[in-house]
Design a binder for this molecule. Structure first.
Ligand SMILES: Cc1cc2nc3c(=O)[nH]c(=O)nc-3n(C[C@H](O)[C@H](O)[C@H](O)COP(=O)(O)O)c2cc1C
Length: 128
């Protein structure tokens, strides 16, 4: 069975967490991240975070994210992600910059977006 184009809806209590280095290379991924993305921890750790990038996501969204977090500010947005099996899932993502002894690290926490947030993001991204 193929899951191509299938939308996975996040369960309410799910919290997808990852941590990256200053370039966006994944250095930590939690169980919920693996569960929804269908990647194992081994497949995620050490990879660039664009491993879950969906082709419908405009590059402007990530430019805004990177500009914001590099300034040391928190970024929040609704993101469409690609699962390993060809399915996809929407998340409400918050990315936090942290300075660990002079080394920048980024934390991402993603929860279930509302249907309204998804519709709004779809419209905004379609205009870009
Ligand atoms: C902490 C953190 C979490 C990220 N999470 C995602 C994500 O869930 N999905 C995604 O497509 N990009 C995510 N990114 C952005 C990617 O690093 C990358 O910029 C984006 O996928 C665009 O790919 P590109 O840089 O190859 O164009 C995240 C970046 C950081 C720093």
């Amino acid at each position: 069975m193929t899951h191509h184009g299938h939308e996975y809806k996040l369960d309410k209590g799910i919290i997808i967490v990852s941590q990256t280095d200053e370039k966006g290379k994944i250095i930590y991924a939690n169980e919920d991240f693996c569960k929804i993305s269908k990647f194992t921890k081994d497949e995620l750790i050490g990879k660039a975070h664009n491993i879950v990038r969906h082709k419908d996501m405009p590059k402007e969204a990530f430019e805004d994210m990177w500009q914001t977090i590099k300034r040391g500010e928190v970024w929040n947005g609704v993101v469409k992600n690609q699962a390993k099996d060809g399915g996809y899932y929407w998340v409400n993502a918050t990315v936090y910059p942290t300075d660990e002894k002079g080394q920048m690290r980024y934390f991402s926490v993603r929860v279930k977006p509302t249907q309204e947030e998804i519709e709004k993001a779809k419209k905004a991204y379609a205009l870009l």
